[in-house]
Ligand binder design. Structure first.
Ligand SMILES: [Zn+2]
Ligand SMILES: [Zn+2]
Length: 390
């Protein structure tokens, strides 16, 4: 087996230059035209078969091994966020109001590095690597759209690998967890309708603000009173809008928020109680409530065998690094759509560095990561793929 760590280190200047270039030129979901253009150009230069324009800006490239065998899909996301960057770095965003605040600039650079690493050893691979560069991961449905446009066919992958640079963990820690690793996510919108009145004559109206307050409080009983204490779920009301001034009870209140869970049965329970509380509590206050729950993504569930495989690769390549085998987050990832019925492993590569101030959370305007995690992540992904095609 080649020394992928050493080979990725040798490509570090290339990887970092790409990452910083993507960072300076961030693009929102489905608008990654420049990014996808560079990705396609780099892959073409390796002589790979490249398809572009999948789900608007998605790019897929095939590395055919020297021998026949299974197909491994390696996926990387490319989109940035509508955030104004505050890092002050010399490679900060030049696109006002748009920022790579989740590390997808790093993921795209890692993907191109993985392409180089595996291309160098293609004669030794028994099978095919399908490199997928995905648009619009940040809640816009890029993965689902790529699946609809056939990314899981021609050829159909037998395995999938994907990763996230992860600032919730320090550089030097790798998280590879069998089973659920990231949560199923839904968003919701609620409208509570009452009857407007003078603020001094509440008895003449039906106050939707008071009803909303009761609903918000009661929704927090779902996780604390209905979900089994050892299972995980989140219900967060994150936006509320109602009324415009101090002496008018408004006719309605609108709220938004998110629901997270791992297990389908917990998800169903949360949804059922959510509806009962929103409708029932509002009715008890004389108001009517309507709500909609929108699917964002199912849970990311790692195949046990694939997780064990990647754990083995981490132990072999990075014996001095910490390996966490039970790390989970209630964050969500639309990679779940590509892992639905294909055994896969989604793993986390620790990228925070307290001494260098590279420890802001994902989606923070000062988010940045320890770039030494780039070659590590690329080497792990390449080795995990190569190992599946021995
Ligand atoms: Zn993100
Ligand atoms: Zn992300």
């Amino acid at each position: 087996m080649p020394d992928f760590i050493q080979e990725a280190e040798a490509l570090f200047a290339y990887t970092r230059a790409l990452r910083r270039d993507f960072h300076m030129h961030p693009e929102l979901g489905f608008q990654e035209v420049r990014t996808a253009g560079i990705v396609a150009k780099e892959l073409n230069q390796l002589g790979l078969e490249v398809s572009t324009g999948i789900a608007e800006t998605g790019v897929v490239a095939m590395i055919e091994g020297g021998k026949p065998g299974p197909v491994v899909l390696c996926r990387f996301d490319m989109d940035a966020l509508p955030i104004t960057e505050e890092t002050g770095k010399d490679y900060a965003s030049t696109n006002p109001g748009v920022m790579h605040a989740c590390g997808h600039d790093g993921h795209t650079a890692i993907g191109l590095t993985v392409a180089h690493l595996l291309h160098q050893h293609r004669e030794d691979l028994a099978g095919t690597v399908k490199l997928v560069f995905q648009p619009a991961e940040e809640g816009l449905g890029g993965a689902e759209r790529m699946v609809k446009e056939g990314v899981l066919e021609g050829p159909r992958p037998d395995y999938s690998l994907s990763l996230h640079l992860w600032n919730e963990k320090p550089y030097g820690l790798i998280g590879v967890t069998p089973g659920p690793a990231m949560a199923a996510a839904e968003s919701f919108e609620i409208t509570i309708t009452g009857k407007g009145a003078h603020g001094a004559s509440p008895h003449q109206g039906l106050d939707p603000i008071l009803a909303a307050a009761q609903v918000i409080t009661a929704l927090q009983s779902i996780v604390s009173r209905n979900v089994r204490p050892l299972e995980a779920a989140v219900v967060s009301v994150t936006a509320i809008e109602g009324g415009t001034t101090h002496n008018v009870i408004p006719p309605d209140v609108k709220m938004k928020g998110t629901i997270r869970s791992y297990l389908p049965e917990v998800r169903e329970l949360v949804h059922r109680r959510f509806g009962e509380i929103v409708k029932g509590v509002s009715a008890s206050m004389g108001c009517e409530a309507e709500y909609v729950i929108f699917d964002i993504t199912p849970a990311v569930v790692n195949d046990a065998g694939m997780a064990a495989h990647v754990q083995g690769v981490v132990q072999r390549l990075l014996p001095a690094d910490g390996l966490e085998t039970d790390y989970r987050t209630m964050g969500a990832e639309d990679m779940a759509y590509m892992m639905d019925d294909i055994p896969g492993c989604y793993f986390f590569v620790g990228s925070a560095n307290d001494e260098q101030g590279l420890n802001y959370g994902h989606h923070h305007p000062k988010f940045d990561f320890d770039e030494r995690a780039l070659p590590k992540a690329a080497a792990l992904m390449a080795a995990a793929a190569a190992d599946l095609l021995k």
